[in-house]
Design a protein around this ligand. Structure first.
Ligand code: SF4
Length: 350
């Protein structure tokens, strides 16, 4: 059996920053309960670890006692949520990914310029709820081409589309093509809204999956980008399964025992979960590990201003610390890593 580890996989810069923010707020306020509005990132293990440190996750601002500290999750929030937090005199620390904030800024700008915004994404996803909240009267969500006939359009030449950052690039392309066909004058955003981490992880799967018998994606059910990775695998003809951790592996997925399995992880899945799966395959199935480097990422985000202010209020110098995602290096020392004999083409982004 061969386990091929996709690179890039797992934590992106936005997720790393958001988790880091919560850890640091807990360190700054050891005697206070820290509240997080919505799951900080969509991963059960990450949320459980933070719960173990006393962090409370809430789905409504009303559930937070007045005067407390609240962290907004990586997915971003609407202005209405920020206003509710102000009204309850909460100290808000904003862990929204800067790449989500970029889409919010676009929504605000286009709405001010009189555009109607067609927001391509999943209407129940936190990110879409937050972005839509920037200009609710000017925005309509498009989940599929089937939604297009039901749109209310004032001026087909004053339309722009924006997209959720974690969509499947394949699905988004189909929807955007349909929008362009229906509204030839529709404006595109200045650059891609689907983020580098989503694009890169999907690109790696698209390249490597056709050479494998199975694709295993580590990530939680509510992680949009993890679910999209399984869909990308299926799109190129290889079975894709998503699991939260090693305990969800099902041997019926690899009945022969000599399969080639691509292992990857969504942007919110910690590397230690991938590591545990590698260990399982090596120890129980005699698997060899192979690394498929499609391209490297070097993205880093600074700490949010709101966290820096909180730290300064408590006498801590935040300095110019940045959050940086290191390339995954798991198991190389443990079991030896073979360069994978696969041909992959890079279409690299950052
Ligand atoms: S998946 Fe992309 S948009 Fe979402 S947190 Fe990561 S970098 Fe930011």
């Amino acid at each position: 059996m061969r386990i091929v580890l996709a690179n890039p996989r797992g934590f992106c810069a936005g997720v790393r920053m958001a988790i880091d923010v919560v850890d640091q707020v807990v360190d700054v306020l050891p005697d206070e309960t820290v509240y997080v509005y919505h799951e900080i990132v969509h991963n059960r293990h990450v949320v459980d670890r933070l719960r173990g440190k006393g962090v409370k996750f809430v789905e409504t601002i009303d559930a937070i006692p007045e005067g407390s500290v609240v962290v907004f999750s990586a997915h971003g929030v609407s202005p209405a949520v920020r206003e509710q937090a102000r009204a309850r005199h909460l100290s808000a620390v904003d862990a929204t990914c800067p790449l989500v904030t970029k889409v919010h800024s676009r929504a605000i700008r286009y709405a001010r310029q009189g555009f109607q915004i067609l927001l391509v994404g999943h209407k129940d996803h936190q990110e879409i709820i937050g972005t839509m909240g920037e200009a609710p009267d000017r925005t309509q969500v498009v989940e599929s081409p089937a939604d297009i006939p039901g749109l209310t359009i004032e001026d087909p030449d004053k339309l722009v589309y924006l997209t959720q950052t974690t969509l499947s690039t394949d699905d988004a392309a189909v929807i955007i093509d349909a929008l362009k066909k229906a509204f030839p004058g529709i404006k595109a955003p200045p650059d891609e809204d689907i983020c580098y981490a989503t694009t890169n992880r999907q690109h790696a799967v698209r390249q490597i999956a056709p050479l494998c018998d199975l694709v295993i994606v580590v990530g939680s059910q509510n992680s949009s980008n993890s679910v999209r990775l399984t869909e990308i695998a299926e799109n190129v003809g290889t079975r894709g399964v998503r699991i939260d951790d090693v305990n969800e592996l099902d041997p019926s997925w690899y009945p022969k025992g000599d399969e080639t399995i691509l292992l990857t992880a969504g942007a919110s899945a910690p590397e230690d979960l991938v590591s545990a799966i590698c260990r399982h395959f090596v120890e129980k199935h005699g698997a060899t590990l192979h690394l498929a480097d499609v391209f490297e990422e070097s993205v880093e985000f600074g700490l949010p201003l709101t966290l820096k202010r909180l730290m300064q209020t408590h006498g801590i110098d935040p300095g110019d610390r940045k959050v940086k995602v290191e390339p995954p290096v798991i198991t190389a020392g443990e079991y030896g890593m073979n360069a994978v004999a696969l041909t992959v083409s890079a279409g690299a982004k950052r």
